[in-house]
Design a protein around this ligand. Structure first.
Ligand code: SF4
Length: 111
């Protein structure tokens, strides 16, 4: 079986300026700071124990970080176009976040 080369979705660069996931995490498990080296790999610091402790507390899994991520919006022409723009053109990231906040709100709400 052949393997494909990794495909950059642009989410990593977008996350640097967005941080909506971290702001909405109820257990504050996601870092608002820069990436750190973990065993030689550059990663966003997370506090997995705090995340699972929150799951245990509420009695189910959470997923607010994934649900609040602008990259998680429904697959349609408009959202795909925005994802394509922020992946290709860095200057579109901040305007995309502005309109994300305008239309969907900065604070995550269940839909
Ligand atoms: S699943 Fe919930 S508690 Fe865990 S990191 Fe994501 S938002 Fe935070």
């Amino acid at each position: 079986m052949d393997y494909e080369k990794p495909v950059s979705l642009g989410a990593d660069a977008f996350r640097k300026v967005c941080l909506k996931c971290a702001e909405n995490c109820p257990s504050r498990s996601l870092s608002l700071s820069c990436k750190v080296a973990v065993r030689g790999v550059s990663k966003w610091p997370t506090h997995a124990e705090a995340c699972y402790a929150y799951w245990h507390c509420v009695g189910t899994d959470c997923g607010i970080c994934m649900a609040s991520c602008p990259f998680s919006h429904r697959d349609n022409r408009f959202h795909n176009m925005v994802r394509w723009l922020v992946r290709r053109f860095g200057f579109t990231r901040r305007p995309a976040i502005f309109f994300e906040n305008l239309f969907y709100g900065r604070k995550w709400r269940p839909r």
